[in-house]
Design a binder for this molecule. Structure first.
Ligand code: CO
Length: 344
């Protein structure tokens, strides 16, 4: 367990910074046409002026409301909830990592440009993160550079590309590019394993997503990625890092007891917790305290998953109402740490 002195000088911060929100544009062209074929593309079935359904092929994926696509509505909600700044990230269903890279690149360009239009409502408060065709490192770096030049403030990536985890050579090349260019990276779980056992009770979201993020952090540590990349890389994992923090002791134990298969990092896994950030959306005071104790109070950032159904409402309540956090820690988690992560 490690504790670090809270960051100083944060009393001037007003308003929170939410690093984990999503957007969906109101309209986009027919993706099969613009991407050049293929099936089961996402499309939007608009049901009213304020409501729509994300469809994947003929399947209903998720019901959404106008706060997904209206910058003005988002700003009004932020004023109501004392949120100064939102990072506005893609919704993973549009990543298209399983498509040919040229198709994913075309989709990324369409959605990234639409994100800029949404955030134009107030570019100082709505900070877009782009998506990239991560299955092709060169194309991913090119789209990232195009987006940063156009006004994006960082990149959201899915936590895997098919069977390739974050220690895949191509993905490491992309992360190296982000480190060199000093661009923050937000890692979001997606494309969870599926089986009849996981199709009940939202189990893919309740057990699959935390396990996916846990695996991604392990890939960064045990896959030697943190040993290869410079400490300057700013990378944040969604949902409190998934189940990683609670099982960090088990991973350390395995690193010591089974070095033949687990001891692939230069240092014990727990020594890498100062190399990444996690968001705060864990919904429980004690879980958040555990997270702060394990990764450090300067490493946890307000995230909410706004405006999705499993998001935190009101934003930041697990921090603001938490009797286990000091006032300084709350300020750091609500805004100060995010300023460091975002380079504000
Ligand atoms: Co999310």
């Amino acid at each position: 367990m490690r504790r670090t002195a809270p960051r100083q000088g944060l009393t001037a911060v007003t308003g929170a910074i939410d690093v984990h929100t999503h957007y969906v544009p109101h309209g986009w062209p027919d993706l099969a046409t613009v991407a050049g074929g293929g099936s089961r593309w996402p499309w939007l079935r608009v049901t009213s002026e304020r409501d729509a359904m994300i469809m994947v092929g003929s399947d209903e994926f998720r019901r959404i409301s106008a706060n997904c696509w209206s910058g003005e509505l988002r700003l009004a909600e932020m004023d109501r909830d004392d949120v100064a700044i939102q990072v506005v990230s893609p919704t993973p269903v549009f990543f298209s990592y399983d498509r040919p890279a040229d198709q994913a690149a075309r989709v990324a360009r369409i959605f990234n440009d639409l994100a800029l239009e949404i955030c134009a409502a107030d570019p100082g408060r709505l900070l877009p993160f782009c998506q990239v065709p991560l299955q092709d490192p060169d194309a991913a770096c090119a789209e990232l550079d195009r987006c940063i030049a156009a006004g994006h403030r960082g990149v959201e990536i899915g936590n895997h590309v098919g069977d390739r985890d974050l220690d895949d050579a191509g993905i490491v090349t992309f992360l190296q590019h982000c480190a060199q260019r000093d661009i923050p990276v937000f890692v979001h779980p997606w494309d969870m394993p599926d089986s009849p056992r996981l199709q009940r009770w939202m189990a893919q979201w309740l057990t699959g997503m935390p396990a996916e993020t846990h695996l991604s952090i392990l890939a960064m540590i045990l896959g030697g990625v943190f040993d290869q990349l410079p400490p300057s890389l700013r990378i944040c994992f969604a949902h409190g890092g998934g189940s990683f923090a609670f099982w960090l002791g088990r991973v350390d134990n395995a690193w010591r007891r089974r070095p033949d298969v687990v001891g692939t990092s230069q240092q014990p896994p727990s020594s890498y917790v100062d190399r990444f950030y996690v968001d705060s959306v864990v919904f429980d005071h004690h879980a958040l305290r555990l997270l702060v104790d394990l990764v450090g109070p300067e490493r946890v950032l307000l995230g909410t998953d706004h405006p999705y159904p499993l998001g935190e409402q009101p934003p930041g309540s697990v921090i603001r109402t938490n009797p286990l956090l000091s006032a300084e820690e709350k300020l750091a988690l609500l805004a100060g740490n995010a300023r460091t992560f975002l380079g504000l």
